[in-house]
Design a protein around this ligand. Sequence first.
Ligand SMILES: C[S@@+](CC[C@H](N)C(=O)[O-])C[C@H]1O[C@@H](n2cnc3c(N)ncnc32)[C@H](O)[C@@H]1O
Length: 276
Amino acid sequence: MNQPTATTDRPATGYAFDNATDHSHDQHRCLAAAYDPVTLPRLAATGLRSGWDCLEVGAGGGSVAQWLARRVAPHGTVLATDVDPRHIASAPGLTVRAHDLERDPLPENAFDLVVARLVLQHLPGRRAVLAKLVRALRPGGVLQIDEFDTSYEPPLLAPDEESAELYSAFLRAKSDALRAAGGDPQWGRRVPSALREAGLVGIDTQPYVEVRHAGSASLQLQLHHTHHLRDRLVAQGMTPAQLERVRELMTDPSFRAASSILYSTQGRRPEGRDPR
Ligand SMILES: C[S@@+](CC[C@H](N)C(=O)[O-])C[C@H]1O[C@@H](n2cnc3c(N)ncnc32)[C@H](O)[C@@H]1O
């Protein structure tokens, strides 16, 4: 299998988070705990089996790629890439590469399955990246994109109106910070039509929503964001004191909120013709 070529002089991307600080391990732990239960059954339902060649881009902590490597063993391969792949532990059948989706080429006609979770929403060039992912598929191959739409994630049970408004203000500031870095926090709702426009067929999309509470990985991820994105949240007008209060709210055992929607969307490259 051809491997992507990694660029050497790599300026910071527009990505609002990073894999280089003490926060990153916590971020990837929360992501895996909250969303592997959604992503993995969807991948399994594609017919994934021994012998498939798979690609995961922006693989983060590597939990999805490692699961894929176990599923396609002993005859298949998994290539896991990330602009900063330091958190992806090696495993049998798993190749890890540094790769910038916006700048570096990918092998074409090479994979039975390509997966990207919570990556393209951060990339200003997400439509061009999507076309690159489609070209990486073999005819008949499946692309799965799992992404948030954060436009509906209201507090459901807070101690008072002021706390509920503070939580909403934090979420608004976070979405604004992601947009300021070139992200699209509503990208999840746009993925099905983007896959169709990219030439894929058999588009299937499933929304996933849950109740966030102090013990849930998805609320722990929000709590994590108050630390990891602290400076960007302050730049959007949140004060350090407000961030401290929203952290206290998110550890209150009685607090409840609706999660954003995670859309898991799949499409298949048609047999026998090039994607657009
Ligand atoms: C929010 S994390 C999601 C990680 C993993 N996909 C998951 O869902 O658990 C986004 C990942 O995309 C990576 N990333 C950001 N910009 C990238 C780029 N231009 N090319 C490749 N990966 C990138 C980050 O380093 C990070 O690991």
